[in-house]
Structure formats: C-alpha cells, structure tokens
Design a protein around this ligand. Structure first.
Ligand code: IMP
Ligand code: MG
Length: 177
C-alpha cells in the first residue's frame, strides 16, 4: 500500500558505516585530550544532537556529566542572529571543562550565543564538537574543535536532524532532493 502523504525518502549522503567510523575517531580524540580532566561537562543542544551525543559518549571512558540547552531562532519576531534559550542548563559550569556537542553548525549564530554564555558563566574551558559543518552557510565565526564532516549548502536530515520534526531516527545523514 502506498500513501501519498508519506514524506519523501531522503537520499543517503553519509552512510551509517561512515558515521560509525567517524564518531569512534572523534571519541578517541576527545578521550585523549581530556585524559586528565577531573570531570567533563558534556552539553548537548536539543533535539538534534541527541543521537550523535549518545553514540559519542558511550565510547568515552572518562568521568563526565551531561546536560542540555534548547534554543530557538529565526522566529517571525526575531532578527537574524538572535537566538533564544528555551531550556537552560541544570548544572553549574563554573570552573568546569565544557564540551559542547552539536549536530550541525550552519550560520553559527546558535553556537556563538551558547559559547559566549558559557564563558560568561565562568567555564574553565569550552570546546565544540560538531558532527556536521556547513561551511558555506557561515555568518558568525565559530571554531570547531572536533568536526565530523563538512557538508555542502543543502538541507540535511537524519541521525538527529529533522525537517518539520521528522527524519530524526534515520540511521544515516540524508538529503531531501
Ligand atoms: P545555526 O544556523 O548555526 O545557528 O544552526 C541552527 C540550528 O539549525 C542547528 O543546530 C540545527 O538544529 C538546525 N539546522 C541547520 N541546518 C540544518 C540542516 O541542514 N538540517 C537540519 N537542521 C539544520
Ligand atoms: Mg541544533
């Protein structure tokens, strides 16, 4: 049975296998860099980073805590670059080493805002791990310490990323043609 209301199937851009390999590499790098950290605070940005964050952190053998921000931007009553915090952290990050975990850096506005806030609150260090980097779309400079893949200026879905709140559960990164 076919259902014409079913959303289109995305084309595979980054396969499940490639994601697995790269996520393991990133985990190994992070583990090495933070080997002496007393307690790392890993902060994900909801909801897109969740699948990536789980796979990544399961492979890191260090004392760590997890926490989340949820942000929103580009609403009808916002100016470009204005980012709102819809859910704030539960933990204090003062004097802590913070690793931000994000699905994709697009314009860079979200990360610029979040990183500024973490520094303002007195984090000892703030680093960024982003699965995808949409370099061509960048409007605010953001330094990515751990980067999974560079992608072109297309809308991508899957492995946490959505389009109208669907496709997050795809095991690969896909493009909607
Ligand atoms: P920013 O433009 O760098 O602030 O990114 C804002 C957020 O938009 C990202 O964290 C993603 O959740 C979302 N986003 C940006 N590009 C894409 C995309 O290609 N697919 C799905 N979500 C995206
Ligand atoms: Mg996001």
């Amino acid at each position: 049975m076919t259902d014409s209301n079913r959303p289109a199937k995305p084309r595979v851009l980054i396969s499940e296998e490639r994601l697995k390999t790269r996520v393991s590499e990133l985990a190994a790098e992070i583990q090495q860099d933070y080997a002496d950290a007393e307690r790392l605070i890993c902060v994900g940005i909801l909801k897109g980073s969740v699948f990536f964050m789980i796979d990544l952190l399961k492979q890191i053998d260090l004392p760590l805590s997890i926490d989340f921000f949820q942000t929103s931007s580009y609403g009808a009553d916002t100016v470009p670059g204005e980012v709102r915090i819809r859910k704030d952290l539960d933990l204090s990050i003062r004097d802590r080493d913070v690793l931000l975990i994000e699905d994709i850096v697009d314009t860079g506005f979200t990360l610029r805002t979040i990183m500024g806030l973490l520094r303002f609150r007195g984090a000892r260090s703030v680093k960024l791990c982003a699965l995808l980097d949409k370099v061509e779309a960048r409007k605010a400079e953001v330094h990515i310490d751990y980067r999974g893949f560079e992608v072109g200026n297309n809308f991508v879905v899957g492995y946490g990323l959505d389009h109208d709140q669907i496709y997050r559960n795809l095991p690969f990164i896909g493009v909607l043609d």
